[in-house]
Design a binder for this molecule. Structure first.
Ligand code: SF4
Length: 76
């Protein structure tokens, strides 16, 4: 089930990056990213656990990850 409060998007060209996938899986404290054989996957059932810590944004190239606050229409 997708998040009600938070959505997280990974840009299409970054999704298959195995190094980025491993980094994102490591940094997110609430396991929103999973590193799989095909790259980064979003663990939808954890989306609303996001604590807005920005660690995923810091770990990714600019623009590769977006954390969207569905409740006010802004993003980190
Ligand atoms: S902002 Fe923090 S909690 Fe939210 S997805 Fe990124 S790393 Fe995970």
């Amino acid at each position: 089930m997708p998040g009600i409060f938070i959505d997280v998007e990974v840009a299409a060209d970054a999704r298959s990056d195995a190094t980025l996938a491993a980094k994102l899986e490591e940094v997110c404290p609430v396991d929103i990213f999973a590193a799989t054989e095909s790259g980064v996957e979003i663990v939808e059932q954890n989306l609303d656990e996001c604590v807005l810590c920005r660690l995923c944004l810091d770990a990714a190239p600019p623009g590769a990850v977006r954390v969207i606050k569905l409740y006010d229409g802004t993003e980190l």
